[in-house]
Design a protein around this ligand. Structure first.
Ligand SMILES: Cc1cc2nc3c(=O)[nH]c(=O)nc-3n(C[C@H](O)[C@H](O)[C@H](O)COP(=O)(O)OP(=O)(O)OC[C@H]3O[C@@H](n4cnc5c(N)ncnc54)[C@H](O)[C@@H]3O)c2cc1C
Length: 535
């Protein structure tokens, strides 16, 4: 019982003291263990690099991300300058510009940055939420990967150099504009036209979801005139010498969308009116290349982002539960709170471990997922590529789904303070996590795609065999029921077939995909945990 006291002396300063001094890398021995396990010999160097980056990301960049997130600092547009020139300037706050410069100066896509160094740094950076950084980073990564294959002209070589190493200290930013109003998922249905005129390609038509609109270059899908096949182009935002003059490359930015999450990042609607575009790769392979190369990185990033968001949410909820008391007890002592913290910590750890295991598998493939399912290659490699391809989609849908659950639970540990935008960053991360479920292939689309892939591969890779390979090293009590389920579900002709029977299969397929991904992540977690600790 407590007696009245008009001087309410309650303070959160203890918690804030901890949070203001929490270094993302140093506070996370589990993550350090994961990196040691997967990066092996690279660990001593990575540890040093991670410590240096974490000292920036956990303090200065964290504060900039929070400061830029207030509604009055949202990006806005200035369509015309004072002299009637159309400029379509995207105005972003100084906090974003400062952080962007510093993050891109890390040169994550340089030839000098190893894939694991990039992964570790991305994981740390993503703990600050979207912040107008995560999407542009992964879009630049996808653009670089595309150009590593197809930079066969002076223009594309220059763009590749600009994104990877920078030109005169300026590191370029990429974006990717696929979605049109009639179809985000259905890219082949898109209508933007590419026309070859006087030896150059020009684009005409509208794109409806264009994030990182401030970027220097966009990967854009368009159909060459007269063709039903989508091709892939790289489109500079400004042609040589025009950036300073704010003369865009023959396109207008019509509006910035007002959205629930990733609000610090502009997502715009644009119209191409003859924008100069450089073809990247064979014109007829646009869909294959955008899915196999560009979206692969974005989907991997959804996994990394989800893991990062979860790690931060769990860390902060745990710390808060030690400081906050109710009914005279620290809330961490309530079994329900303890249970929920344990549950979200397990979700977080399995996602981190699974992300690294999958990334390692991806790195072991020559040519990543550029080679499609029909590529003529030795069966062992074909199957490995197949499991990696499916796991990237499985991880994308599962980790983004779990992430909102983890964040919601973490926010609930904070009670009413959990939803206060100026109490912690968790509400912002929660809103960002909801976007991760949608972009880079929404859940239903990927579930349908995975089912279709399993069916297509069944003659050379039986569903039960796929499950066994994905879960190699797991308990047979886990593998066998999933194999049985896979076999039965893949026997169904098509998830788009109308009828009640299909709906029942869909329900089971949805659950199966989650269960399979969780089993893969749990296996990764077990492998990390049973490995001796060198820390
Ligand atoms: C904040 C934000 C930023 C974005 N930024 C970009 C960007 O920078 N560049 C870009 O190109 N796109 C961007 N997008 C677009 C995003 O990729 C699309 O929204 C997404 O691909 C889905 O397309 P859609 O919105 O047209 O939905 P639709 O395709 O209309 O889908 C609607 C529903 O139908 C389901 N559905 C569709 N097809 C199938 C199928 N075959 N089987 C089962 N279910 C199906 C979907 O899962 C979904 O539930 C962004 C989206 C958001 C939310």
């Amino acid at each position: 019982m407590s007696l009245p006291d008009p001087n309410n002396a309650y303070s959160f300063d203890d918690f804030l003291e901890w949070r203001n001094n929490a270094d993302y890398f140093l506070e996370d021995p589990f993550f350090q263990r994961v990196v040691q396990f997967y990066a092996k010999k690279e660990w001593p160097r990575l540890e040093k690099e991670a410590k240096q980056l974490s000292a920036k990301v956990s303090f200065a960049w964290k504060n900039l991300a929070d400061q830029a997130a207030v509604p009055e600092k949202r990006p806005y547009m200035v369509h015309y300058d004072g002299h009637n020139h159309r400029i379509d300037r995207i105005v972003r706050p100084l906090e974003t510009l400062t952080m962007e410069k510093e993050v891109f100066a890390e040169k994550l896509f340089s030839s000098d940055t190893s894939p694991f160094e990039k992964l570790v740094k991305m994981y740390l950076i993503y703990q600050n939420g979207e912040a107008c950084i995560s999407c542009p980073l992964t879009c630049t990564e996808g653009l670089v990967a595309l150009l590593e294959y197809y930079a066969d002209t002076p223009e594309l070589k220059q763009i590749l150099l600009h994104c990877k190493e920078g030109i005169n200290g300026d590191i370029a930013i990429g974006s990717q504009f696929l979605s049109e109003i009639q179809g985000g998922s259905d890219v082949p249905a898109n209508l933007v036209e590419a026309v070859e005129q006087d030896g150059s390609w020009r684009l005409y038509g509208d794109k409806f979801f264009c994030s990182a609109t401030h970027a220097d270059y966009a990967v854009v899908t368009a159909k060459p005139r007269g063709s039903e096949k989508v091709a892939l182009f790289v489109v500079p935002a400004w042609l040589e010498g025009n950036k300073e003059k704010e003369i865009r490359n023959n396109y207008t930015i019509n509006k910035i969308k007002w959205k629930m999450g990733t609000s610090e990042l502009s997502t715009a609607e644009i119209s191409y009116n003859g924008a100069i575009a450089y073809p990247a790769g064979p014109l007829e392979r646009g869909v294959a290349n955008v899915a196999g190369i560009v979206l692969t990185y974005s989907r991997l990033t959804v996994g990394i982002t989800s893991a990062a968001f979860m790690a931060r949410a769990v860390r902060e909820a745990k710390a808060y539960s030690k400081k906050r008391s109710a009914f005279t007890l620290p809330i961490k002592n309530f079994p329900l709170v303890k249970l929920q913290l344990n549950q979200i910590e397990t979700m977080s750890r399995r996602t981190v471990a699974g992300t690294f295991k999958l990334y390692k598998a991806f790195l072991s493939l020559d040519d990543g997922l550029k080679k499609g399912m029909d590529a003529d290659e030795p069966m062992e490699m074909k199957q490995k590529r197949f499991t990696t391809r499916e796991l990237i989609m499985l991880q994308k849908i599962t980790s983004s789904w779990d992430c909102t659950d983890v964040l919601r639970t973490a926010m609930s540990i904070f009670g009413g303070h959990g939803v206060m935008e100026d109490f912690s960053s968790l509400p912002r991360l929660y809103r960002d996590a909801a976007i991760n479920e949608l972009w880079e292939g929404p859940r239903n689309v990927l579930l349908t795609q995975i089912h279709r892939d399993f069916k297509r591969a069944a003659s050379w890779y039986a569903p039960g065999h796929v499950v066994a390979d994905i879960l190699k090293g797991a308990d047979t009590a886990i593998i066998t029921p999933l194999q049985k389920e896979a076999k039965e579900l893949v026997a169904h002709p098509d998830l788009t077939m109308p009828g009640k029977e299909t709906m029942k299969i869909c329900e089971r397929w949805d659950r199966f995909c989650h269960d399979l991904t969780h089993a893969f992540q749990d296996l990764a977690l077990m492998e990390v945990e049973k490995n001796p600790v060198f820390l």
